[in-house]
Every structure is written in C-alpha cells, then in structure tokens.
Design a protein around this ligand. Sequence first.
Ligand code: NAD
Ligand code: NA
Length: 395
Amino acid sequence: MIIEPKTRGFICLTSHPKGCEQNVLNQINYVKERPVKNGPKKVLVIGASTGFGLASRITAAYGSKAATIGAFFEKSPSEGRPASPGWYNSAAFEAQAHKDGLYAKSINGDAFSNEIKVQTIDLIKADLGEIDLLIYSLASPVRTHPDTGERFKSVLKPIGNTFTDNTVDFHTGEVKEISISPCTEDDIKNTVNVMGGEDWQMWIDQLKSAGVLSKDFKTVAYSYIGPSLTEAVYRKGTIGRAKDHLEATAFKITDALKDIDGKAYVSVNKALVTQASSAIPVIPLYISLLYKVMKEQGIHEGCIEQIERLFNARLYAENLEVDEAGRIRIDDWEMREDVQTKVLELWKQATTKNLPEIGDLKGYETDFYNLFGFKVQGVDYDKDVNEMVSIPSLQ
Ligand code: NAD
Ligand code: NA
C-alpha cells in the first residue's frame, strides 16, 4: 500500500515501514563509527522500540556487540493498517542485527505486568544466562498495577497554581497562550504510580531473585529536568514528582544490589521530540527554540547522539561523573548558560509570525514526522510498501 501520514493533534495514526527502517539504519551507522570500549555484553532494554530506548539498544548492539533483548508495547500491522512505528523500528533492528551476527530478540506486551517480567526472565535464562545492563526507558500514560489490578493514569499538570504561558501548535505554527489548571492530590499519586520508580524496582527485584544479574550489573533509567521556563508543567509539576520518585529509587536499587556490586543510575537527558514529549504542553515551543540555538552553536544532538555520548563519555568511561544528586547529566549542553540565556530571550519574543525564523519549527516538524517514518531522506513514498512486516523473533 501507499502510506501517508494521518495526524491527529500530537499523534500520527499511521507509520511507514521503510522510513522507520531507514531511521534505524542511520542510527546503526552512526554508532558503528563510535565503538564503546569495555561496553555492555548482555543487555535488556525496557522501552526499546522508540526514542531513547531504541537508541540505547542500538548503541549497546553496534557500539559493543552486545546481545540485546528489547521489551516494548507496540501494535502489530493488519491488512491495510500499518503497525505502530516501534513495531517497524524493532523489525528493522532485529533483521539487521541478525544479518550482522548479533543476538537480538524482542518481547511485545505490557512491561508493567508480572507476566511480561516472567517471560523476559525465562528468555534471559534460556538464551543469555544473565544480563550486565538494564536500560529502563518506559514512557506510558497508563499503568495497571500488577498486584492490585488498579489502573493509574498519569497527567501533565502544574501543582498548586494555574499555569499560563505560550505554546505552539507545530502543525499550524500558531503560537498561543494556554492555561493549565492545577492538579489534585490524586493526580500526583497516579502520575508517580505510572512514571515513578516502582516498576523499575520490581523488575530489578524479580531479575535478582531469578539470579540473572551479573556481578557489576548496571541499570540506568532516564529522567529530565529542563529550565525554569518549563518548570511549572514539568519538573515542579506532576511528572516532576514521578521523576523525583524515579531518582530516589536509584539509591534504593543500588542498596539492594550491594552483594553483586551492582549500581543503579538515573541519566538526565536532553529535551527531544519523541512521542512522549510531543504530548507535553509548552515543551514543543521550548524545543523549537532550543533546537535553533543548539544547531546554531553546533551542539544539537538527537537520541542516538545523546545515548552514544552517555555510553562513551559517562557509563563506560574511566571516570563516571555524576552531579550533586548522584545523577548522570547528558543534558549538560542543553543546560549551558549561554544556551539557556538565548532561549529565554527568544521565548519572550516568540509570535506566530516570527517563530519560523527565530525558532526551528521546521526541525521540530521534521523530527515529529520522522518518528513515524515520514519525511525521511532517501525514502520513496510513492512506492508501494508491504505493511505486513514481522519482527523476526516474534514470528
Ligand atoms: P518514547 O515514547 O519514544 O518511548 C517509550 C517506550 O516505552 C516505547 O518503546 C514503548 O513501546 C514503551 N512502552 C510504553 N508503554 C509500555 C508498556 N506498558 N509496556 C512496555 N513498553 C511500553 O519515549 P522517550 O521520550 O524515549 O522516553 C523514554 C524515557 O526518557 C522516559 O522516561 C522519558 O521521561 C525520558 N526522557 C525523555 C526526554 C524527551 O525529551 N523525550 C528527555 C529526557 C528524558
Ligand atoms: Na524509549
């Protein structure tokens, strides 16, 4: 079929297998030239199909020839209906990894459930024996608690006061004011339940009990901080509480891993266009200004550049630098004072009329479409493609 983008708000209902494949191949090629010395060998990535998790899987596999198991929750294709992009990404990754002689298998289902945890542990036992790295890169709006069956929904709201500021609808380029009313106490609890550290800890507990964590095992979960501009909706809002919880969980996990000299880290990553971040109000305007400034300064990075730097300059470097709160920072370039001063200056001026010039609205839009395999260079979108692509290990 011929597949075209069908957008609704900040989501796209279709995705293109060839474009997704090309994105994955581009990331593989980037990492191939930047090997990771003393990198991981047996890796589990939770949230491995898109964004930072996919980049982590690719960096482990192609940076240090690691065997990877990728867990994710994606929609398979049906006749005339394309799969979700993470499905096509994972299909392309596995197919290429197998061609290159790398072990790669996938697990598709709800990673919050006990069932998926058991299935993953069984696969590790059968094929790898143990893992030396677990990357936790889940981003989800909902979580069903595995023990109680209770379903939690996360929200993106400020705490305490109504927040009013500008945002952009990047489809129309319109800059407009939005107001978000403050959350309830329940909203905080629910968001922490979904995006906090409880599930990460459950994974580690169960993997450890099963005896599948190697000595010197490492685990990393991803967080975000950002500037004061977005603080009210992000770091000091409901999602920020969840990230506080996630960051606190790293210390608890490290304690629980003492006997195997294991370590848990949180890495604070840069703001990037992903399916998760395009849903957050105000962030699209911030990102389009940030991209402009960082591209001008030659320090712009996408997911793969960020994660390759995380592995090479932090996680597997001789000295692992962390901040005063024990966090790894690869948002260091985003947070540079000169960058933030410039972004703030532009923020104050931004209007519908001037944003295409003072901001990188095009870059934002291109990145958004790329997430779904559209507007990818070198892909012929007029050509018929087979939407019924399968993931080799899931056949
Ligand atoms: P993403 O939407 O690209 O990836 C989410 C992944 O989680 C996908 O692989 C998806 O299949 C998987 N997933 C979702 N629900 C699942 C479930 N129930 N079971 C199994 N898998 C499930 O998101 P992302 O932006 O790469 O975010 C990953 C992490 O990075 C998040 O913790 C996010 O907060 C953090 N982060 C993101 C940014 C950013 O700007 N995008 C910046 C810093 C940190
Ligand atoms: Na991810």
